[in-house]
Design a protein around this ligand. Structure first.
Ligand code: ADP
Ligand code: GLC
Length: 480
């Protein structure tokens, strides 16, 4: 428990995912970790998110703090209180969120009314921020990704009530597109439908709205902030961002080191002695029927194009020939699931694949593995390379986004200087990835160098401290 830190201000954080309540990716980890990290530096953050069907049982633990008549087609209320140590507000709007499936899709794919579902979340966020609830009044409205992108726009149209707004981009690939005809349905003013405001390539994008109307824009690594201004990474949004370059900054994510630390694993280990890691590796290989003389690589990921998973089939055979092995945990696109399954069938004893989402198993992989692979085509921040650093599971990553900001390539000079923490490759294609895997095999074969890499990795600070103080500085500047 920290002793009473003076409260500098209040932040309403609005998002579609938040650990431990609902997660499809790193967004949830970050939204769930920020309140605790910020509390230590004097910022009182509460999180607003939709009461999806899976969260409805939790409503009983909460108190009603807001009622909204006809919220995009039905009445809604906001229920607030503490869940698992987090101050949360759940937007209870059954006509929008009480549905089978995940946050964005049901059994038949993405919901047809996603634009409206998340405009509703944004609408309530803006109104609650402006008016305050039960004596709690936000100084700052902090929005995450396209799902809350309309909130700064609604706040600006209705009068901000002295509330400043931040838009954080976790992934520019998802832009919240809607046709221009949806303007009225989304309660947006016609006179704002022009390129400098709401219009986006003839339609609407909630993310663009957030980028235009928010007072500050952040993204989840400094390198991604720079990349976003360029067409290769901006995905159509580069012009919007370049125009607002003066208010854009990159703040690297942290990871929750109380959860992601080899010291809290069932067979723990530390920087001083990695014996426990060897035990974990042996037990894991025995259980999975693996026999890997070279480096055991692990990969924990959504299986999508972003993550470069399609490169595995071309490059892993050579890695196996060099003595390597691979354990994969992930789920996603059917073709990529099939591709990794083919590798498993082709290399019994060397490749093991688990399709699905499994938090406990992912911990086992990081505790047992020698290296973690992150061959992403783009990666705003990335969390698994940071788990790799913390676990001495040497990261092999592509030179993009937050991966480039967090891993120091084992070039001959960096190895000699004793600062390398992993392998970084470019370009992101089979040639680049294949070469990086060959280098990994070589490094693993050189025991003193490998031990140095692991130790350097484990010494990297990957917690939230630096990022929390960067957010605090950002918020302070907005109060002024
Ligand atoms: P993204 O958000 O783009 O998916 P990140 O690296 O930021 O990428 O975050 C992904 C998060 O989801 C990490 O915490 C990672 O460990 C976790 N994760 C991804 N796939 C799985 C899985 N199949 N099982 C368990 N955890 C997973
Ligand atoms: C997104 C990005 C990922 C980032 C995460 C949390 O899902 O793809 O790189 O780490 O958001 O910010």
């Amino acid at each position: 428990m920290q002793n009473s830190v003076e409260i500098r201000g209040r932040v309403l954080s609005v998002a579609s995912e938040c650990v431990p309540l609902i997660k499809t990716g790193g967004l949830a980890d970050v939204v769930g970790a920020l309140p605790g990290a910020l509390a230590k530096v004097g910022w009182d953050m509460r999180v607003l998110l939709p009461a999806y069907r899976s969260l409805r049982p939790r409503l009983e633990e909460l108190d009603e703090v807001w009622f909204e008549q006809n919220l995009f087609g039905g009445d809604a209320r906001v229920m607030a209180g503490e869940i698992d140590g987090l101050q949360v507000m759940l937007l209870d709007a059954p006509h929008l969120y009480d549905r089978e499936g995940g946050p964005y899709a049901g059994p038949g794919g993405d919901w047809f009314d996603n634009a409206r579902r998340f405009a509703a979340l944004s609408w309530v966020a803006a109104r609650m921020a402006r008016d305050g609830i039960d004596g709690w009044k936000a100084d700052i409205l902090h929005c995450h990704d396209w799902q809350s992108g309309f909130a700064p726009a609604y706040l600006s149209y209705g009068g901000t009530g002295g509330v400043a707004s931040v838009m954080t981009v976790h992934n520019i690939a998802f832009q919240g597109w809607a046709p221009a005809q949806a303007l009225a349905d989304l309660r947006l003013p016609y006179d704002q439908f022009y390129p400098g405001a709401l219009e986006y390539y003839g339609g609407l994008s909630s993310l663009k709205a957030g980028l235009v109307y928010a007072d500050r824009i952040t993204t989840v690594s400094p390198n991604y902030a720079a990349e976003l201004m360029r067409p290769e990474f901006g995905m159509g949004m580069e012009g919007v961002l370049a125009q607002r370059a003066g208010v854009v900054s990159g703040i690297l994510n942290g990871v929750d080191t109380a959860v992601w630390s080899p010291e809290v694993e069932p067979v723990p280990y530390t920087l001083k002695s990695l014996k426990g890691k060897a035990t974990n590796r042996a037990a894991f290989c025995a259980e999975m029927g693996l026999d890997v003389p070279g480096p055991l690589a692990v990969l924990v990921s959504r299986l999508t194009d972003q993550k470069g998973i399609d490169l595995l089939e071309a490059c892993i055979p050579d890695f196996i020939a060099g003595g390597g092995g691979l354990a994969i945990l992930g789920s996603g696109e059917a073709t990529l699931e099939a591709a990794v399954r083919r590798l498993e069938a082709r290399f019994p004893g060397r490749v093991s694949v688990r399709i699905g989402y499994d938090e406990a198993y992912s911990h086992r992989l990081f505790a047992a593995g020698d290296a973690v692979l992150v061959p992403s085509r783009f990666e705003p921040c990335g969390l698994t390379q940071m788990y790799g650093l913390a676990y001495g599971t040497v990261p092999l990553v592509s030179l993009v986004g937050g991966l480039a900001d967090t891993v120091i390539h084992a070039s001959p000079a960096a190895v000699t200087a004793g600062v390398a923490t992993g392998v970084v490759f470019h370009p992101v294609d089979a040639t680049g990835f294949g070469q990086a895997l060959r280098q990994l095999v070589q490094l693993y074969g050189n025991k003193p160098v490998w031990a140095q890499l692991q130790k350097n990795a484990m010494k990297q600070p990957v917690g939230w401290e630096a990022s929390a103080s960067a957010y605090a500085t950002l918020y302070e500047g907005m109060l002024a």
